[in-house]
Every structure is written in C-alpha cells, then in structure tokens.
Design a protein around this ligand. Structure first.
Ligand SMILES: [Zn+2]
Ligand SMILES: [Zn+2]
Length: 424
C-alpha cells in the first residue's frame, strides 16, 4: 500500500468545508480592501528565496525542497509567498502604476519536523501592498488582518503586537550598541546565540532559549529610532488608537534581515505553544531593490491557515449537505427516470445526491439520513410509470405525492427559496 509522505496529509471531504469557509472569508475581506489575487507558480528558482528570505535563514539553509529539473536548473518548491510576489512585481512593474495590492493563498513547502498543526506542505494566505510608505498603509493592513480574524470568529483569542525595527539610518548605531551589550553577557547566552552574535545580533532578541529577564535589560530599537522612524511609529499608533484597534507594543519582536524597515507586527494567539503567531507582517521597504527592482516601499503579511483552523470553532464551515437525496427503488426504467429528474433539478440550481448503489428502500433511506439532506425524493415503479414522485421531509417524516412538473417548485418552497419565477 502506498501511503502519504511523512509530514503531509489529505484534507478529507469532511474537513474541506471549513477550508472553503476560511478561504471565502479571506477573499471577501481582501476584496473589501481592494486586493486582487495573484497566483504564482508552486516552484521557482532557488536563488529567488536565497535572496528574498536570506542565505543564512533556517528556511533556505535547511528547510527548502530543492531539486534539479531535467534541464539542469536548480529549482525549489516555494517555502513562502512574498518572494514570488516581489519577483512578479519587478517583472511587470513597468506596465503599471502604484499602489499595487495583491493577495495570495495556497500551499507552501518546508522540510520541518512535523508536529501539531505543522506540516511539510502547509497553507498560507497573505497580502502585499507596493507603493505607499506612510503609516496609513500599515494601519490599514492591520485593520484588514483584524477584520479577517473577526470574520472567522477568533479575534478575541488573538492579540495584535507591533514594533518598529528602525531603518538603515538608525539601525547601524543601534546594532553596535546591542552587540557591545551582548558581548558583556556572552556567557549567559545559548550556544546558538553565541555563534550568531556578530552575524545577526538582532535575532538574539526573539530567541526562545534566553532568560526573559536578560532580554528585558537589552538595549531596545524603540529607544534608538531616528526622527523619521519615530514619527512613523507614532503615526501608526495614532491610527490604531483612532480605529480603536487593540494592540500591544512588543519591543522584542525582530526580523533578521536588513530590508525589513520600521513596522513589524504579529497576531499572537494563546494556546498554540511556541508556534503562537497566526499572522506575521511588516514593512520591507528594502526588498524590491535587494531583488534587483527599482526601490519601492512595501508592506505585507502572511497567515498560516492550519493554525487559523485550529483556533476556529469546529462548527464553522460545516460539511456541505445536499438539498435532497434521491432514492431509487427499482431498476432499469426507474433508474433512468431518476437520472433524468436529478439533472432537471440540478439545472434549476438544486444540489442532488442520487442513490447509485441499489439496495432496498430501508437501506437507501439510511443513506438519505446520513447525507443530512433535509428532503428525500422517492421513486418506484409506480412513480416512474406515472411520472410522479413521493417527496419526504426528513425532519418530520411527512410524505406527499406530486407530479414531476410540480416537484422543483415544491422543493424550492420547502427550502425557503421561492421567488416569482418558480411559483408552483
Ligand atoms: Zn530610522
Ligand atoms: Zn539564544
């Protein structure tokens, strides 16, 4: 027997209704803010991610699915969504004016240790906004994120955290100050941080191994912002206050790479263990230039769909049920009559599950019950000959006989979907 690969899974039909619900909420909210979907390829050149995500990041060093195709090109499965969006923006930027708002959703791939809610094929959705550089855009994007969390019913379980990462003007001097401080506490840092102290000192701040008290005493970016960055941060805070969006400043939130500027934000959930961010975003004003395009400010976020689904009420996006179940008690002509009726009803917009595997009335009614359809249409020899049907309401057990012509109108009435054009 061939099984799924370790760390990946099927999303069975019983669960896919919840995914559709989440995706539909996301599409609706994205559209409300003017975002349109960009669909990028699942695989890209390796260097796209080594430049965009960073040569020394865990993702690029250890987690990418890299392969050579038959032409000898070094390719990989996409581990995240932003890099492809930026590539697409640069490839087509001459043909369009700013701002450019795009959203995406779909599978991403990382070779990580599988655990609860974390898979090697996982799913993200996100938005990217190219052009605007002021805090207005950052605030709008956070409002979008919180609105989506509200739509799927988990806003109260989630806290918005924000920080400023400074800019090339103020980050250099801050980094020196931080490095000096880290050297003075070198022996108290974990082995990993001791190694990256000079290469990437900022990442020490979000290391989960360190003593929280030690981290609290570190010099913080927020106290070393230049005038421009301070004004940007205050502007953002002002917008969040005006919109009454709840937030918390987290001075230890960092990003490891130079092209992240100013705003960083996360939506953090309780009860998800160390993987507690359901959304992560911020400004990456330096990334388009880093990737070879004309310098363009940009802000974006990504959300892990598996984590969102873990937090969502299990009742949301219940399995899809048919409008009616078609019971076919007979063979040959009865089945042909049933098939024809089912198609006629589908043409009228109804969802119909037809019984295809024979068996007696009793067992077919059992299937009808399991389908959760509110109505059953029962066909036998008599009905086929007279072109009539027996319509049964599953909840009350009430039955009525009627002609095939009147069936659709009656079904629509019982489902509460009548309109002028479908009067009985
Ligand atoms: Zn600055
Ligand atoms: Zn550490």
């Amino acid at each position: 027997m061939i099984q799924t690969v370790r760390g990946v899974r099927d999303i069975p039909p019983e669960e896919s209704g919840r995914w559709l619900f989440l995706e539909a909420c996301a599409r609706r909210v994205f559209a409300q803010y003017g975002y349109r979907e960009l669909r990028t390829p699942i695989f890209e050149r390796v260097e796209l991610f080594s430049r965009a995500v960073g040569e020394t990041s865990d993702i690029v060093e250890k987690e990418m699915y890299v392969f050579e195709d038959r032409g000898g090109d070094a390719l990989c499965l996409r581990p995240e969504g932003t890099a492809s969006t930026v590539r697409s923006f640069i490839e087509t930027s001459r043909q369009r004016s700013l701002p450019w708002r795009v959203c995406y959703m779909g599978p991403m791939f990382r070779y990580e240790r599988p655990q609860k809610g974390r898979f090697r094929q996982f799913h993200q959705l996100g938005c990217e906004l190219f052009g605007p550089e002021g805090p207005l855009a950052d605030a709008e994007m956070m409002a979008l994120v919180l609105r989506l969390l509200q739509e799927i019913g988990i806003q109260s379980a989630v806290t918005l955290e924000i920080n400023s990462l400074g800019c090339p003007v103020c980050r250099g001097p801050y980094r020196e100050k931080l490095t000096a401080h880290l050297e003075s506490v070198h022996d108290r840092l974990c082995g990993n941080c001791q190694r990256r102290l000079t290469r990437n000192p900022l990442r020490v701040l979000d290391c989960k191994e360190e003593d929280p008290a030690l981290l609290r005493d570190m010099p913080q970016m927020r106290d070393h912002l230049c005038a421009g960055c301070e004004a940007h941060f205050q502007g953002l805070v002002g917008h969040l206050e005006r919109l009454r969006l709840p937030y918390r400043i987290n001075p230890l939130m960092v990003r490891g790479l130079d092209y992240y500027h100013r705003t960083a934000f996360e939506a953090v959930a309780e009860g998800l263990g160390s993987q507690n961010a359901v959304a992560a975003g911020g400004r990456y004003d330096g990334l388009v230039a880093e990737m070879g395009g004309v310098a363009t400010p940009a802000v974006g976020f990504a959300m892990g769909m598996e984590r969102l689904l873990l937090l969502m009420d299990a009742q949301l996006g219940a399995p899809i049920r048919p409008d009616l179940y078609l019971v076919v008690a007979g063979d040959g002509p009865v089945e042909a009559y049933g098939l024809e009726l089912a198609e006629t009803m589908r043409s009228a917009g109804l969802t119909v599950e037809m019984h295809l595997t024979g068996g007696g009335m009793k067992s077919q009614m059992k299937h009808a019950g399991r389908s959760l359809a509110p109505l059953a249409v029962i066909l036998g020899q008599q009905e086929a000959e007279a072109r009539t049907v027996t319509l049964k309401r599953m909840e009350t057990g009430e039955q009525e006989g009627l002609s095939a012509e009147r069936l659709i109108g009656r079904v629509l009435t019982l489902l509460g979907r009548t309109d002028a054009s479908s009067a009985e």
